[in-house]
Design a protein around this ligand. Sequence first.
Ligand SMILES: Nc1nc2c(c(=O)[nH]1)N[C@H]1C(S)=C(S)[C@@H](COP(=O)(O)O)O[C@H]1N2
Ligand SMILES: [Mo]
Length: 199
Amino acid sequence: MGIISRGFGGRRRESPPDLPPGQYLAHDFPVLSAGPTPRIPLDRWHFTIVTETGEKHTWDWQQFTALPAEEITVDIHCVTKWSKLGTTWKGVAIDTLFEEVESAADYVMAHSYGGYTTNVPLEDLLDGRAWIAYEYDGEPLHPEHGGPARLLIPHLYFWKSAKWVDGFRMMHEDEPGFWEDAGYHMYGDPWREQRYHGD
Ligand SMILES: Nc1nc2c(c(=O)[nH]1)N[C@H]1C(S)=C(S)[C@@H](COP(=O)(O)O)O[C@H]1N2
Ligand SMILES: [Mo]
């Protein structure tokens, strides 16, 4: 078999160490949306946190983009098995929003324009682990990828990163969002391959 060079047929295919189990590298940026892309004019955009006591904190676009923002470079992992390494974003850390919000609840339901929802423990949104991103790759976030602004929680499967996000509802108990209610995992850690309920 001398005509087959080493490394072509002779080696097991190994996934790169920075890919969670079962994932492959995507070189484009797939669009995954469960419905039509909502178009939200910036002068009508709002983001609202409703606490467990019913208190509301709202930012309009001007107030939101006046908050301190960060450049973020992270890997993202979709449950349909594509991953994208080193994506770059600009956004506001969720920590920054919670400097203005008093809450004793442990869970968040993220809500989006268009009706999508997804649940996340509050602690997973804090300590610099999640953002509301409004730029991707140096450009305003494209509507198909969730613009004007989307949640970005890179350490969980990407369905948790709600596109067109418009608010959080604080909850004492964990409740399923859109995909979680359809059988996907309540938490969704890609490194533990928590794809579906029961994984
Ligand atoms: N509002 C909303 N957010 C969403 C979705 C959706 O259908 N609606 N799909 C989720 C899923 S399953 C994935 S993989 C990512 C896809 O983001 P992208 O289209 O920017 O790649 O968005 C997540 N956020
Ligand atoms: Mo996904």
